[in-house]
Design a protein around this ligand. Structure first.
Ligand code: DGY
Length: 331
């Protein structure tokens, strides 16, 4: 039994992940794992730094910063990081690359769920649904009024996508039946294969901000996109436009967004992501009627979160066996 134990890879799992992934790890017969057995609070940093000592693999979620300090604490055995997320801005890629540590992540399995939520958030924001239910419940509903709670419609609109990848395409596919007139997108370079699927035109960032009636952020958070939605960006947008962010809060300068929303520079914003998360309830953005804030739930369907959990577990096991992962980040 002693020999058998030592031949198993040692793994730390930083969260009580959905059951499908845990089942895969348990039944693999390949790993001996320890788990931070909660989904309600993230593992405290101090505890994490202790637990990773000597592990071969780490399965984490986006609340864990995987940086030099953590990798030093883990030591030389660590060869695989598997994150249960498509985003990887919580990982120091340079450090991982230098140490030859492989990285698994979970693209594709969440695309449908994220696109679906993005459409829901867009309509909620543009048709002022949160304000409307509040008014109905709290006595604000008087007679039927001609311009009360009017918003903006998708029909005949121009929808701009910032960062055209799988998710941007999936959002556009869902919006098209609402009779959108035109899809435009910007990215570091044209992406003709993807653009063709939704008949989208490649434009500069400047044009995207100026022409979009609805502007959806669908990019990764990188040094290049950090706070790219700033004063200058919002100042070019139409007063009637709606800004939607389901990517990462870090792409937005929130002070500048507050300014744009409170002065009527843009009509509304729907955010599923903020800085920090959770956003303190005292944050000024919460005081604005034209800002809808969700607590980072775009991929939150049972099916998708279980698929992400399973994919993260499988990536980890494959990486530990020195085999190609199902979804591996090229560093
Ligand atoms: C991700 O996967 O990066 C999301 O933010 C959570 O699903």
């Amino acid at each position: 039994a002693q020999r058998e134990m030592s031949s198993l890879s040692r793994v730390y799992v930083t969260r009580q992940i959905p059951p499908e992934g845990l089942k895969i790890l348990k039944e693999s017969g390949q790993v001996q794992f320890e788990l931070w057995d909660s989904d309600d609070v993230p593992v405290p940093r101090k505890e994490l730094l202790q637990k990773v000592k000597g592990v071969d693999g780490l399965l984490c979620v986006l609340t864990e910063k995987i940086d030099k300090e953590l990798l030093d604490a883990a030591g030389p055995n660590l060869k695989v990081i598997s994150t249960m997320s498509v985003g990887f801005d919580h990982l120091s890629l340079e450090e991982l690359k230098n140490r030859g540590i492989r990285v698994g992540y979970t693209p594709e399995v969440l695309t449908d769920a994220v696109a679906e939520l993005t459409v829901a958030l867009l309509l909620t924001t543009s048709r002022r649904l949160i304000e409307a239910t509040h008014e109905a419940k709290t006595g604000g509903w008087g007679t039927w009024r001609t311009l009360w709670l009017c918003g903006y419609e998708l029909a005949n609109s121009t929808v701009g996508i910032f960062g055209l990848g799988r998710i941007g395409v999936a959002i556009a596919e869902r919006l098209a039946p609402f009779k959108v007139k035109k899809f435009i997108y910007t990215d570091v370079a044209p992406r003709p294969e993807l653009a063709k699927q939704i008949n989208a035109e490649y434009v500069s960032m400047d044009e995207l901000t100026k022409r979009s009636d609805f502007l959806a952020m669908c990019c990764a958070l990188t040094p290049e996109t950090k706070e790219i939605c700033n004063k200058n960006f919002f100042s070019k947008m139409k007063k009637t436009s709606i800004f939607i962010n389901t990517s990462r809060g870090g792409v937005v300068n929130q002070d500048d967004l507050y300014e744009a929303l409170s002065t009527g520079q843009i009509a509304g914003a729907g955010l599923d992501v903020t800085v920090p998360e959770p956003l303190p309830t005292s944050h000024p953005l919460f005081t604005l009627k034209n800002c809808v804030i969700l607590p980072h739930i775009a991929s939150a369907s049972y099916t998708t979160r279980n698929a992400m959990s399973a994919l993260a577990a499988n990536n980890l096991l494959l990486g530990l066996r020195d085999e190609p992962m199902i979804k591996e980040l090229q560093l």
